[in-house]
Design a protein around this ligand. Structure first.
Ligand code: SAM
Ligand code: MD0
Ligand code: SF4
Length: 373
């Protein structure tokens, strides 16, 4: 029995109204939603999520540009291409290169710049270097800046707030501690939660995020820790509840993409359907928050599916001729001019869907509304 199949029209409208009134949904409701396989029920669920989004955000979608300014990292996350043990080529932008990258993004119609790095000691151990980058991004574009620096201490967070960072992104990946230990090898679960909460307390908006698609997870050595889809569903429920605890301003889910040179390289790639269902659930649990559709996972076609499932932000936008990396790079093998990760391609597609980029003023109003102080 799935959640939407037996609903009358009246019940369906009542459900949407309840969500708009912020009525909580139960674990069992979420379980049924995530177990849905029937096409008609899935469509009902996605349209309900889109209606909730429209209530809070009208036809407006927000665009974030992604600037991966250093791909050096001291950590060894099992899922990540940029883990320290992977013998890949890396880069670190100079302040001048960052200025040029930001200048290219100016006037493109994006709402926020996301400055992301691996846990590169050059920035991680020397806050002044990251603060300089925040300043350059703000000065060059005049836009709000999100930082994704990994786990940093309270003094660092406070300094970021003073420098004017508007958003702090730090994804827990999962709230199942056993799975976390396998994914974020050697990193503290609590320390990661604490850093996010500190940012919130310092008055910065926060983003949390989870991964799906571990049902066929294989660590090198052949150990499967998440043997079935129903485990993936239970994992998502725990993680959605976990994310509620810190009152995040933005919540994301991304399908795990197996990467060469990682401990999880042998895992079978899961379909994106679970991610789409979790996006709809996130819209029901966090009805008025930002929920991204990442271009990094499946490009523009994937963006369309994610927006149709309830997302209201497009992330991982890069300038048309950018040579910078994404985190997952579904398009690693695609030539630069075919990448279609630029703002213009996104905006054209939004228009075809009857949507539009929201105004900058409206976006900043949300940032302030969601900020505690
Ligand atoms: N180094 C910082 C950190 O890890 O917090 C900032 C980078 S963070 C924005 C990179 C995020 O991309 C991870 O938190 C994870 O959610 C996502 N990611 C990395 N590798 C991935 C993969 N193979 N599949 C899906 N998502 C991935
Ligand atoms: C994205 N590749 O939005 C980016 C990244 C970091 N704040 C975001 C995961 O898909
Ligand atoms: Fe480093 Fe972040 Fe990748 Fe982990 S996810 S290896 S911390 S860049």
């Amino acid at each position: 029995m799935d959640f939407f199949s037996k609903m009358s029209q009246a019940e369906y409208h009542q459900f949407i109204n309840d969500i708009i009134q912020k009525k909580p949904i139960s674990d069992e409701d979420i379980r049924q939603m995530l177990s849905t396989t029937d096409q008609a029920s899935l469509q009902k669920m996605f349209s309900a999520a889109a209606s909730v989004r429209e209530h809070f955000f009208s036809k407006n979608i927000y665009l974030y540009s992604f600037v991966y300014f250093s791909t050096y990292c001291k950590n060894k996350c099992a899922f990540c291409y940029y883990n320290a043990a992977n013998g890949i080529e890396r880069y670190r932008l100079t302040p001048e290169e960052l200025r040029e990258t930001c200048a290219q993004l100016k006037g493109e119609g994006i709402h926020m710049i996301d400055l992301t790095m691996g846990e590169d000691p050059h920035f991680h151990d020397r806050p002044e270097n990251l603060l300089e980058f925040v300043k350059i991004a703000k000065e060059t574009t005049g836009l709000p800046v999100m930082v994704s620096p990994g786990v940093v201490d309270d003094d660092f967070i406070f300094a970021l707030q003073k420098e004017g960072a508007g958003f702090f992104a730090l994804y827990q990946e999962t709230y199942q501690k056993e799975l976390y230990a396998k994914l974020r090898t050697g990193q503290s679960f609590e320390g990661r939660v604490r850093a996010r909460n500190s940012a919130k307390a310092a008055g910065i908006c926060i983003e949390d995020g989870i991964l799906t698609g571990f049902s066929k997870m294989k660590l090198s050595g052949g150990v499967s820790v998440h043997p079935s889809v129903s485990d993936d569903i239970e994992s998502a429920i725990v993680s959605v509840r976990g994310m509620q605890q810190s009152d995040p301003d933005q919540v994301r889910v991304m399908t795990f993409e197996p990467q060469p040179g990682t401990l999880l390289a042998e895992t079978t790639h899961a379909s994106d359907l679970m991610e789409l269902k979790v996006i709809a659930v996130l819209r029901f649990v966090f009805p008025d928050r930002f929920i991204p559709a990442s271009l990094d996972v499946a490009g523009i076609p994937g963006m369309v599916d994610r927006i149709n499932a309830g997302a209201n932000v497009v992330t991982s936008i890069i300038a048309a001729d950018s040579k910078l990396e994404g985190v997952v790079n579904f398009d690693r093998d695609v030539s630069l001019n075919e990448r279609q990760r630029d703002a213009k391609s996104v905006i054209e597609q939004l228009k075809k869907m009857g949507l539009q980029p929201g105004s900058q003023a409206e976006f900043e109003k949300y940032l302030n509304r969601n900020r505690k102080n």
